[in-house]
Write a protein that binds this ligand. Structure first.
Ligand code: B12
Length: 223
């Protein structure tokens, strides 16, 4: 438990090397990667957010903490992955246009991957056109849209409108998430589901994929 608190502290301070080393230490001590994410990384980002809100931290502080988080997640990734004989589903993901926040998205995607999903991550600031292109090319089961900056929430709706215009709306299940996203907002823009956090997101992704497979079987598209 001591190492996980030290990890939280290193991320808050933006001590990149120490955060990476402590992540490895937590793993060696037998802590589960999901536990390290929830109790170490997420708690650290909450503290960083609070400090930014109260002007104790400025953008450079937040950036180094974000970098420490990225490296810590990178260290955890191999431990979180499980080899699955059959893919649970295929997903195209990205942070919507205008938004560069990706820590939450990356955590969610790591959890999904660990649950057997194949992920095509388009990254940050993804335009509706790029999402449409990827859905057309990859034919995923799910489209995952992330947004953290309220100013860019409309980009989620723009993406769904673009999918509709391209005739792809019914062909992929749309799951949205990110701190400002609510169930009401998700419904209002025509998304299929909303995930409150990474774990809820995985649950919803599984439900949507099962629904989609059942729909395809019913329509005779699959045996
Ligand atoms: C780190 C950070 C940054 C970093 C981002 C680094 C990175 N690589 O992501 C940097 C420094 C780049 C940054 C920039 C900016 N930021 Co900023 N940032 C933050 C901060 C401190 C933490 C965000 C974070 O990572 N949280 C932790 C993650 C784990 O949480 P999460 O994203 O919500 O994800 C969880 C769930 O939502 C869910 N989830 C996420 N996505 C998805 C998707 C799906 C499909 C599902 C199912 C689930 C899901 O799973 C995750 C795990 O449970 C927040 C403060 C805060 N309290 O959140 C401000 C904050 C989000 N930023 C803010 C602002 C204003 C900005 C800037 C505009 C600042 C500026 N003046 O330039 C720019 C935005 C630029 C842009 N165009 O996007 C504001 C946003 C306010 C608002 N109105 O929306 C906040 C709230 C700070 C504040 N209190 O003012 N930021």
């Amino acid at each position: 438990m001591r190492s996980i608190r030290q990890l939280e502290c290193a991320i808050v301070k933006g001590d990149v090397n120490r955060a990476t080393a402590l992540t490895g230490k937590c793993l060696r001590e037998g802590l589960h990667p999901a536990h390290i994410i929830e109790q170490g990384i997420l708690r650290a980002m909450e503290i960083v957010g609070e400090r930014w809100k109260t002007y104790e931290y400025f953008l450079p502080n937040v950036l180094v903490s974000a970098m420490a988080t990225k490296l810590s997640l990178g260290t955890l990734q191999p431990a979180l992955m499980r080899v699955r004989s059959r893919s649970a589903g295929k997903a195209v993901a990205g942070t919507v246009k205008g938004d560069v926040h990706d820590i939450g998205k990356n955590i969610f995607l790591m959890f999904l991957e660990a649950n057997g999903f194949e992920i095509i991550d388009l990254g940050i600031d993804v335009t509706p056109e790029s999402f449409v292109k990827a859905v057309r090319k990859e034919r995923p089961d799910l489209l995952l849209l992330s947004c953290l900056y309220t100013v860019t929430m409309h980009s989620m709706e723009d993406t769904i409108i673009a999918l509709k215009k391209a005739g792809l709306k019914g062909r992929v299940k749309i799951l949205v998430g990110g701190a400002p996203i609510t169930k009401g907002f998700a419904d209002s823009i025509g998304a299929d589901e909303f995930g409150m956090d990474a774990l809820d997101g995985v649950k919803k992704a599984k439900e949507l994929t099962t629904e989609r497979t059942a729909g395809r079987k019913k329509s005779g598209l699959e045996p």
